[in-house]
Write a protein that binds this ligand. Structure first.
Ligand SMILES: Nc1nc2c(ncn2[C@@H]2O[C@H](COP(=O)(O)OP(=O)(O)OP(=O)(O)O)[C@@H](O)[C@H]2O)c(=O)[nH]1
Ligand SMILES: [Mg+2]
Ligand SMILES: [Zn+2]
Length: 271
């Protein structure tokens, strides 16, 4: 248990979850934090530093995958320069090929994607391997099983989980605390559970004009006939629209692009 040294407090540097610090021991189990090491990165919500990757979680069913939210989280991860992995839980509830299609879509874009079930443990080993030695932040719709995954991996109940059917509307979330939880050997990683969010603010510095860059499969076509001035929305002969028409870009991804573009455009217009 450590307290911050007075000088740190005077300098107004507040340690946040995930910080690497130097400390001096006062007794075998108490000490003072003397220095906060430079942060490689830090997220606002949840407030965590030194993150290696984002595990975007979805469910094969219950709740129905929210592709717009998945893409929003992936764009945010791309913008922050974080590795992103897609985990599709509840494979035991999988309806026909839909969950498989989802996995294949994101795998083809380059995101390691996994279909698994916490209930039957199917596919869980592959997902675990992704967490080895990394600090992972989980994000995704409420009810997809983020806290359940944590409880399964940490092998003791640490987070509250809830029945989707017992939830009352939006904005009522099971998870409230931000904590870096150590995963047991041989994983040796850390996992952060985050409150389920239906809305997530896009990063402040993200510009509409640069949005296509954060859709990796659009990058090869982003420098289209219209150069960097193309919004890739209505322009005839736009390279991205052509790639969409020939199936090189998925319709659902393009829909997300349009939606996010609109949002960013609105935000920039207000400045
Ligand atoms: N059928 C099935 N249900 C599961 C599975 N994994 C988790 N669940 C259930 O899904 C429900 C929601 O799980 P949580 O872990 O609370 O979901 P969460 O993502 O933490 O939700 P928030 O904290 O609200 O963001 C619980 O009732 C779990 O028992 C699974 O593999 N299969
Ligand atoms: Mg939770
Ligand atoms: Zn274009």
């Amino acid at each position: 248990m450590c307290r911050a040294r007075g000088r740190l407090r005077q300098e107004d540097v507040k340690p946040i979850v995930g910080d690497r610090v130097r400390c001096e021991l006062l007794s075998p189990d108490t000490g003072v934090v003397t220095e906060i090491l430079p942060r490689r990165n830090s997220l606002d919500r949840p407030l965590v530093a030194n993150v290696d990757q984002v595990l975007v979680m979805a469910a094969a069913s219950e709740p129905t995958p929210n592709l717009a939210l998945i893409d929003r989280l992936l764009v945010t991860a791309e913008y922050l320069g974080l590795r992103a992995v897609l985990g599709i839980n509840k494979a035991d509830l999988a309806v026909a090929d839909e969950a498989m299609d989802l996995q294949k879509l994101y795998q083809s874009i380059g995101y390691p994607s996994f279909l698994f079930s916490l209930r039957t443990k199917m596919g869980l080993a592959e997902l675990k391997a992704q967490l080895e030695g990394r600090v992972t932040v989980m994000a995704g719709q409420s009810g997809v099983g983020k806290s359940s995954l944590l409880n399964t991996l940490v092998e003791r109940p640490v987070a509250e989980t809830g029945e989707v059917s017992h939830r009352r509307g939006m904005g009522r979330h099971t998870t409230k605390l931000v904590e870096l939880l150590p995963l047991p050997a041989p994983i040796e990683g850390f996992l952060v559970d985050t409150p389920g969010f239906s809305r997530l603010q896009l990063p402040e510095g993200l510009l509409a004009a640069e949005l296509s860059w954060y859709f990796p499969e659009m990058r090869p076509f982003a420098d289209c006939r219209f150069g960097s001035s193309c919004m890739h929305l209505e322009e005839p002969g736009c390279g991205i629209k052509e790639a969409l028409a020939s199936g090189l870009i998925a319709q659902s991804r393009y829909n997300s692009y349009q939606q996010l573009y609109g949002e960013l455009w609105e935000r920039e217009r207000r400045y």
